[in-house]
Design a protein around this ligand. Structure first.
Ligand code: FES
Length: 66
């Protein structure tokens, strides 16, 4: 689905960009142009960022073997 209509950025692109190291809305803005025009997508993009980053943390647990 489109998150940023102005720049035709999808949720998948945001997920891929987070996986590639984006950590903030500023990173998404720099890399994809999210929230660089009208700004209406900023809150939704931030939600996807937090959700995707949270999942990334959950799928990469640190395990210590004794
Ligand atoms: S919808 Fe993203 S800048 Fe307008």
């Amino acid at each position: 689905m489109y998150v940023c209509i102005c720049n035709a950025v999808t949720d998948r692109q945001i997920q891929e960009t987070v996986a590639a190291g984006a950590l903030s809305l500023t990173d998404l803005k720099d890399r994809l142009g999210v929230a660089s025009c009208c700004g209406c997508c900023a809150d939704l993009a931030s939600s996807f960022l937090a959700n995707t980053a949270g999942k990334a943390n959950m799928v990469s647990p640190i395990t210590v073997e004794h």
